[in-house]
Design a protein around this ligand. Structure first.
Ligand SMILES: Cc1cc2nc3c(=O)[nH]c(=O)nc-3n(C[C@H](O)[C@H](O)[C@H](O)COP(=O)(O)O)c2cc1C
Length: 189
């Protein structure tokens, strides 16, 4: 898939097929993050691959899905992610102001994955304390985000938003993600 097509079609995926993602594929996605732009080229981010079934299950129990869907969010056991990537900040390299680097690096992972047919969900609503314990993360590293991954099992679409940014289920059960219109975000003063 070419880059612009990937950017335009990538959507957050929360239903996954159960085919395992090969370890070397997960490593190649992190290689994409490794080469992302970084302020001062400090590269303060580190990653943990979680792809063993038992550990994936433990992380799964400590993340929250699709808050806007509430009760309407359904994910069967055979639609769960098959892997996670935990994104850590190495505080020996940078203690503050790493968030912009993190956004660029994570987006590289999401886009790289999408172009390989792998869906992702960037997850900020996570129990950091518990996940840090499960992954035995030393104090020096701050857990910021986990990315849920799996081969795509749903195909959400975007709609131009009139007013609400709340995503919702469409008539056929597909996830519709409102995006602000182009003319509403290009400003001229
Ligand atoms: C910083 C950040 C944190 C997020 N945390 C969660 C989360 O905890 N759970 C979840 O289901 N989705 C989470 N998302 C996914 C957003 O809901 C999603 O990106 C948004 O609805 C737009 O959809 P799109 O990614 O398909 O464009 C997060 C996204 C970002 C950028």
């Amino acid at each position: 898939m070419d880059t612009i097509k990937t950017i335009l079609s990538r959507r957050t995926v929360r239903k996954f097929k159960q085919d395992k993602i090969e370890r070397k594929t997960l490593e190649s996605l992190i290689n994409g993050a490794r080469l992302a732009p970084s302020g001062g080229n400090l590269q303060p981010l580190k990653y943990i691959i979680v792809d063993k079934e038992e550990e994936v299950k433990k992380i799964y129990e400590n993340v929250a899905w699709a808050k806007y869907l509430g009760e309407n969010f359904k994910q069967n056991e055979d639609e769960r992610p098959t892997a996670f990537i935990a994104v850590l900040v190495d505080t020996d390299i940078k203690k503050n102001g790493y968030e912009i680097d993190l956004g660029a690096a994570v987006e590289n992972i999401l886009l790289g994955a999408y172009s390989e047919g792998i869906g992702t969900c960037w997850m900020g609503a996570i129990n950091k304390k518990e996940i840090s314990k499960i992954l035995r993360i030393p104090d020096r590293f701050l857990l910021n985000t986990v990315i849920a991954l799996g081969y795509k099992g749903e195909f959400p679409t975007t709609v131009d938003t009139e007013d609400s940014i709340i995503y919702y289920k469409g008539e056929d059960g597909e996830l519709c993600v409102p995006k602000r219109k182009l003319e509403d975000i290009i400003l001229e003063f």
